[in-house]
Ligand binder design. Structure first.
Ligand SMILES: C[S@@+](CC[C@H](N)C(=O)[O-])C[C@H]1O[C@@H](n2cnc3c(N)ncnc32)[C@H](O)[C@@H]1O
Length: 305
């Protein structure tokens, strides 16, 4: 018998992780855009967990390119705070589980660096990479180092995605990300609830294309805000549509229930009519048979008492 642990995923939804649908759409758009433009370069992910985002990134790997993932998996963390983070959030993670998930979708595993992300520049050449996903430790010192490493790995028009740039439990990520924007020239392109997408190149040119694509979609909502003099695109999964669908479904159910209620009331009314007519005919018959008895019996009652 196949146990829950060994059952292999057949779709991305089956893989545990933190990779919302809107970000899956955006990753696909950014990676396909790079393919359309013929941008060359490798892919890097810092923090892969069970492979949810890595599996999607791996779909866009082209002949001759390398996909490198870096994760501690079941190794020790480089410091106590990071170790506490690992114990709290990823205690059961193993490299074997990542590999099994990844192999369920791809013939070849990525290059795996099992260790702290601070080692990544020992494995990836400067400016060799077109897309970096930073999603490892949430501690400021680590994220600061990961973004600096991304800056080294990416050429100017490469794309950086930073996870958890605004969550309540990850102030260190927020500090590191906005510090890169303020001090190191990172230009945010767009943000979702969970991720910030940026570049050290021309963010405006990417935004123009992104806005054109977003305008044609009704499954994502977007707006543009000015932040410190720069346009920033906000993108969200469109929850209005599911709500409308839900209201329509509820209205249909209500109409259906009202229909059934009306039918039940009509049946009840018919049953009452029948009952009344039975009662009438019984009392008519009883009345008639009672008057048919001799007067002496009527006075004594039918049993003579
Ligand atoms: C939020 S999870 C990654 C989620 C994954 N990208 C997804 O979409 O499901 C963070 C990962 O970072 C790894 N990690 C934490 N600290 C690390 C460090 N210092 N170096 C390398 N990996 C680390 C953890 O083992 C964990 O797998």
């Amino acid at each position: 018998m196949i146990s829950e642990e060994t059952r292999l995923p057949t779709s991305l939804d089956d893989v545990q992780g933190w990779f919302p649908k809107v970000d899956q759409l955006l990753f696909t758009w950014f990676l396909e855009r790079q393919e359309r433009r013929g941008d060359e370069g490798d892919l890097v992910e810092l923090g892969s967990y069970l492979g949810k985002s890595a599996i999607l990134m791996g779909r866009h790997l082209r002949e001759g390119e390398t996909f490198t993932v870096c994760d501690l998996f079941d190794s020790d963390a480089p410091d106590d705070s990071n170790q506490a983070e690992m114990k709290g959030s990823y205690a059961t993670l193993t490299r074997t589980a990542f590999e099994a998930n990844y192999r369920a979708f791809h013939d070849r595993l990525p290059e795996i660096v099992q260790g702290p992300t601070s080692q990544i520049l020992d494995h990836v050449e400067p400016e060799s990479t077109r897309f970096v996903h930073v999603d490892a430790s949430h501690l400021y010192e680590h994220v600061h180092g990961d973004i600096r490493a991304a800056h080294v790995m990416l050429p100017p028009d490469g794309l950086l995605v930073c996870d958890d740039y605004r969550s309540e439990h990850t102030p260190g990520v927020a500090a590191a990300v906005w510090e890169s924007v303020a001090d190191d020239g990172l230009r945010p392109i767009c943000v979702t609830t969970q991720k910030l997408y940026g570049t050290w190149g021309d963010a405006g040119a990417v935004q123009d294309e992104l806005l054109e694509w977003l305008a044609g979609r009704d499954d994502v909502w977007h707006e543009v805000q000015q932040v410190a003099g720069h346009g920033l695109v906000r993108v969200k999964g469109n929850s209005a549509r599911p709500k409308k669908d839900e209201v329509r479904r509820l209205k249909e159910r209500l109409a259906d229930s009202e229909d059934r209620l009306a039918r039940a009331e009509a049946r009840l009314a018919r049953a009452r009519d029948e009952l009344d007519s039975v009662r009438n005919s019984v009392s008519f018959k009883v009345g008639r048979s009672a008057t048919a008895l001799p007067r002496a019996v009527r006075r004594r009652g039918p049993r003579g008492d």
